[in-house]
Design a protein around this ligand. Sequence first.
Ligand code: 13P
Length: 317
Amino acid sequence: MGIQGATALVLRWTALVLRRKLDRTPMPVVPLNEILDPAFAERYGVAAINVVDDLSLDAVLEAAVELESPLIVQTSLKTVRTIGAMVLSKMFRARVDEVPVPVALHLDHCPDREWISICLAAGWSSVLFDGSHLDVVENTVQTAEVVIEARGYGAHVEGEIESVLGVEDGIGSDEAAEVHPVEVSARFISETGVYAFAPAIGTAHGLYKGSPELRPERVTELVAQHAIPMVLHGGTGLSEGQFTDLIARGCAKVNISTALKIAFVESHREYLEAHPGKHDPPSLLNHVRAAVKEMAEYHIGMFGSAGRARAWTAAAG
Ligand code: 13P
């Protein structure tokens, strides 16, 4: 082998070693801004769906791929605690590396700074530091610290100052929280540097008992002061008209959790009731996966993000 051949071999080997090193470093899969900047600019919504395990992750990814839509996969703190941050992150990366649509991994309501740090280090693309239990001054200080911490990982932060009505996976309250004037939210956004903000607009986690009284004008007022993506919490059960209106006003991230839980649990029940003496896990799991996928397709279809991954894929390759 000549000197040129040997040099080429060493270079190839070095590149291989470097690549393997990089492959082992957990990195955010797609930064949240790459998904939400175009959604906010063009006023479509991206579904942010809380998954509970690998099956539900597969199902929502299949829906996004089929509809050529970007997607935000969310995990509640309860899910992270149950499965483990590193296992979840690896599971997420292994699957998302295989799909041709942009997907981000987001940590939903997390009041615990230690878990925020754990998830950022494990490769989450973004986190919601939920400081709504703190007074606004303390929430501002702590959220600003989380923004600095997240930047070190190339990750983004969602902030909130009013807790969303309803308990979701053990976090939140069934008592309506104080709603601050829009100016307070605007100050919080500029002082913390959050990338996205979840305003109180009358939505709630869980199932609505009647038709919710929404305050969509708060989204418009906030976006007029700070043109950043707003986050719609409590998506399950809103009408198509309510989604469309809120997305048009600037809610680029649309959270769905309860609908997944219902599809997941009810499809188990449905299969087991229809097949009492059967012990066939793959068939049961296929039935559940199909139900969760249908739920995801229903929401993605309503939010206007179908086909939007095409532009992203074209730009990337
Ligand atoms: P739902 O449970 O009402 O779908 O709300 C989801 C959510 O806002 C998660 O933060």
